[in-house]
Ligand binder design. Sequence first.
Ligand code: ZN
Length: 196
Amino acid sequence: MDESSFTVGGALWINLCNTIANHNKKRADLLDNPEAAKRWLEVNELVLAQDRSKLDESDTWEQVSSRLHELRILSRTAISDLKKRESLSKTLLSSLDKILRDVMVHPNLVNKKEKWEIDFAGTNPIDHVTYHIIQSLLETVQTISPDRIRECEHENCILSFIDTSKSGRRRWCRMSTCGNRTKAAEFYARKKQNKG
Ligand SMILES: [Zn+2]
């Protein structure tokens, strides 16, 4: 499993959109595989230590998985809303609000980079995941210009990311995969052209 794709989005909600990807030109859904989906949650720091064993209970996992599917649809809608109208639609906002109504979180003191901050933890794994993904979506909308949310330019790649580069000209989800493959293809195309 290539875990380097788990966080290329640069925000939790885009990372969630990226759980649908192309593998060898075929569409693959990471959420179809519970073990991979759990790894995705771990890598994205969405599992509290006390919740780890709960995720292995089938009832809980079903609820987490169904919430992730639901949030992924909404996150993909958010990307298309931002592309089309540069803001979230009322329909989307009311869907998010409806989900949040049943979510319970409590504040915790946490030490981040030597600073004490208040963080919110869900009272169960479903609420924890839900709160943080929706929070991440709103944070992006408030702080990032919509034109900085891009899709990778590699022809077979459908991953999205936030371009935080100074120049604003990032083209690929990852240089190590899509960037190098595209550059190599461009190089050979030029070489062929020169010969002809
Ligand atoms: Zn890519």
